[in-house]
Design a protein around this ligand. Structure first.
Ligand code: SF4
Length: 370
């Protein structure tokens, strides 16, 4: 049974209500659980009842994180290759109907970006594009990946959903991680925010992690865009999706991100805000749900928030991010996907981490012989 079929069996309102109905007793049981926590435990930990337990939740999360990951924080940087997109998403500055200047980096420009990032110390890069299969599809990736892999030992990608065979080819070209965010697991809300293009196909997107798993990609990133609708229900769906993937594609590692809606060109209003306290609660709940899980906080979040959340459960930070193609080699370019909040340089982020006793690590695990 696919995760899509499994999720179809769930009723959004019932899941939402189950989280709201969790009691302090449920939270205490989830906190004290020995061994693997269940989705029901996760629901209790993100429920309103768990707000009163934020301190013990955060302490336990910090302990589990240090035990598994040591006193480290992996640093990565997004490299935007193109802002062309054949979709219209209500929350994104790259939407095809937004009248922004479009740019796709050519080989020389990609190389210039790689050099600029290398100078800053990065060895782990996240390649990002809009979703334009014709102009920024496999032919483009076949040309650019050999260039990029000369500079970085770990390459992650966040691009349009592809077929299993295409993911297998990306793997052979050196891609170790693929991130694909469902945005929201609420099919009706999903339809309201995806107005044109292939991204309208909810099922195709929801089944993407399975194709990535079948292709044998080493690390798979999941997540929802927090703020489109009830964040708790979307997070339960993410947790269920994670468990499904771990059961069926157990050779892969997993990461979860917590992007909150940010302002962008032509952007949408936040429907259901996640405040800082709730975001910490969510991060820590995921850590208790899975001690091995990589948890990523991007520069969408403020320096203040990231400094406070760094020791609580996060394992991966982006730093110095520019969300426009060509933005590292040419600082004057302004075609951004969304505005970032933590605008410190990578060095400043690294220093802030060191002050908290964390060692910044500039590379992810390298793919071995396989
Ligand atoms: S979120 Fe992705 S698919 Fe949607 S408009 Fe932005 S780049 Fe395109």
């Amino acid at each position: 049974m696919s995760f899509y079929a499994l999720w179809q069996e769930q009723d959004w309102q019932s899941v939402q209500q189950s989280v709201l109905d969790c009691t302090q007793g449920d939270v205490e049981q989830a906190l004290q659980r020995q061994g693997k926590r269940t989705v029901e435990d996760f629901m209790a930990l993100i429920s309103p009842a768990a707000d009163a337990y934020l301190e013990p939740l955060a302490q336990l999360s910090a302990q589990l994180t240090r035990r598994r990951f040591g006193h480290t924080m992996q640093l990565f940087i997004p490299l935007y290759l193109s802002n062309l997109c054949a979709n219209d998403c209500s929350y994104c500055g790259f939407s095809m109907s937004n009248a922004i200047q479009r740019k796709t980096l050519n080989e020389q420009e990609v190389e210039a970006e790689c050099r600029a990032l290398k100078k800053q110390g990065f060895d782990s890069v996240l390649l990002v594009t809009g979703e334009h299969e014709r102009k920024v599809g496999m032919a483009y990736f076949r040309t650019m990946l050999p260039v990029i892999s000369r500079y970085f030992s770990h390459i992650a990608m966040e691009v349009q959903p592809l077929s299993e065979a295409e993911y297998a080819e990306l793997r052979s070209l050196g891609v170790a991680s693929v991130l694909v965010y469902q945005e929201t697991y609420n099919e009706q809300v999903y339809a309201e925010h995806h107005l044109r293009g292939r991204k309208q196909d909810f099922k195709w997107r929801l089944q993407t992690p399975e194709r990535i798993g079948q292709a044998g990609i080493d690390k798979i990133g999941l997540g929802a865009l927090l703020g489109l609708t009830d964040w708790r229900t979307d997070s339960v769906a993410t947790a269920m999706h994670l468990r499904y993937m771990q059961k069926h594609y157990w050779r892969s590692r997993y990461s979860v991100s917590f992007p909150r809606l940010r302002p962008c060109a032509g952007g949408v209003e936040v429907a259901a805000e996640v405040n800082d306290r709730q975001l910490v609660q969510l991060l820590c709940a995921f850590r208790l749900f899975d001690a091995e899980l990589e948890l990523s906080l991007s520069t969408r979040e403020s320096a203040y928030f990231r400094d406070h959340a760094a020791t609580l459960g996060a394992t991966h930070f982006s730093a110095g991010s520019k969300t426009q193609p060509g933005g590292y080699a040419d600082q004057a370019i302004a075609l951004e996907q969304f505005s970032t909040e933590d605008n410190r340089s990578p060095l400043q982020v690294a220093e802030a981490l060191q002050k908290q006793g964390l060692q910044p690590v500039w590379k992810d695990w390298e793919l071995g012989l396989s």
